[in-house]
Ligand binder design. Structure first.
Ligand code: ZN
Ligand code: ZN
Length: 330
């Protein structure tokens, strides 16, 4: 048995190659908590109503747990939390929705599930069945855009002041490199910066795990038996997979590369003036940087293919009814 280099007592479950030390689950948890709470301290405001985007996967489950611990240990801040799952309607999601519900219940956090089918009028499973193999986009591409828009609309209609997401260091470096390679500066800034603006219908994002490695998250979720779904989404494909491999290779050769890359990109993005010019989509009314939002562009081509009209405002009736209920207990 390899013993933890920090406490010298418990069995090590994780090796930090950049520092050359091995940690037990307790010491790893303390280290991750310290980094996550630093982000929450910097970016949350007293009285915040927090929607945690809780898919039931490992990252969002740990993010919910750490955010709840933070709120409980800062009662003077009067933070309230609701856990929200957007159900894309895939067989893959069914198990994780149940795990999300279980973890939220265990933590005493109100949990709500809203279906993609209910909000957008189509599910990713339907797309997966309907689209031919040689279709120009994968279900994953549609899912990412439609899920992100649904989540923001739900959070806004629930009256949330921030959305907490489970994005870890690996996710953010991959996304930043993808945006860099596309030359998409405004997407790069959005990924790296936290901005409070309430005039646009876009609920600001807080990412407590942004300085935490994916490997640390996975180790903690397994070692501490946190209710979370560990599988990868079977629809993931495209550019991200290649970029992930390249960045992982760099990290193997020079441990700490991901952290340094994110720090450098964050510093650069502070110097860039925000070029994110938000307005309302002409078709659905959701916030966008273009005349017609990406979700509506996608829904337009899918409407043609599926032979039914998917365009128009999102269906948020049930969300609006939930607005007053969800915050009372949290
Ligand atoms: Zn230890
Ligand atoms: Zn739109």
């Amino acid at each position: 048995m390899r013993v933890c280099d920090l406490c010298g007592e418990r069995e090590a479950v994780y090796t930090d190659y950049s520092k050359g030390i091995s940690l037990c689950s307790d010491c790893l948890m303390s280290s991750v908590r310290r980094r996550a709470w630093r982000v929450l301290e910097e970016e949350l405001l007293p009285g915040d109503r927090i929607v945690v985007a809780h898919s039931g996967g490992k990252d969002s489950s740990l993010a919910l747990l750490l955010t709840k611990e933070f709120a409980d240990s800062h009662p003077e801040a009067n933070l309230r939390i609701v856990s929200v799952t957007i159900d894309e309607g895939t067989f893959y999601r069914k198990a994780s929705v149940e795990l999300a519900r279980r973890l939220a219940h265990e933590l005493g956090v109100t949990h709500r599930t809203y279906g993609m089918e209910e909000i957008h009028g189509l599910s990713i499973e339907e797309l997966d069945f309907a689209l031919p193999d040689n279709w120009k986009r994968s279900p994953c591409t549609y899912c990412g855009v439609l899920r992100r828009q649904a989540l923001n609309a739900v959070a806004r209609e629930l009256g949330a002041t921030v959305v907490v997401t489970g994005h870890n260091l690996d996710d953010l470096v991959q996304t930043a490199v993808m945006n860099l390679s596309r030359g998409d500066v405004s997407a790069l800034i959005k990924t790296l910066r936290h901005e409070r603006r309430d005039d646009t219908g876009l609920v600001p994002r807080v990412r407590p795990l942004r300085m935490v490695y994916e490997r640390e998250v996975a180790t903690l979720v397994v070692a501490r038996r946190i209710h979370a779904h560990l599988g990868k989404c079977p629809f993931t494909q495209g550019m991200r997979i290649g970029i992930r491999r390249e960045i992982d290779d760099l990290e193997d050769e020079a441990p700490g590369t991901k952290l340094r890359a994110l720090e450098m990109l964050s510093m650069l993005s502070k110097d860039l003036r925000s070029q994110v010019n938000l307005r309302r989509c002409r078709v659905c009314g959701e916030p966008t940087t273009t005349d017609v939002c990406k979700a509506c562009q996608f829904k337009r081509e899918l409407s043609e293919f599926l032979g039914r009209d998917l365009l128009g405002p999102l269906n948020l009736e049930r969300v609006k009814k939930d607005r007053e209920i969800v915050w009372t207990r949290s």
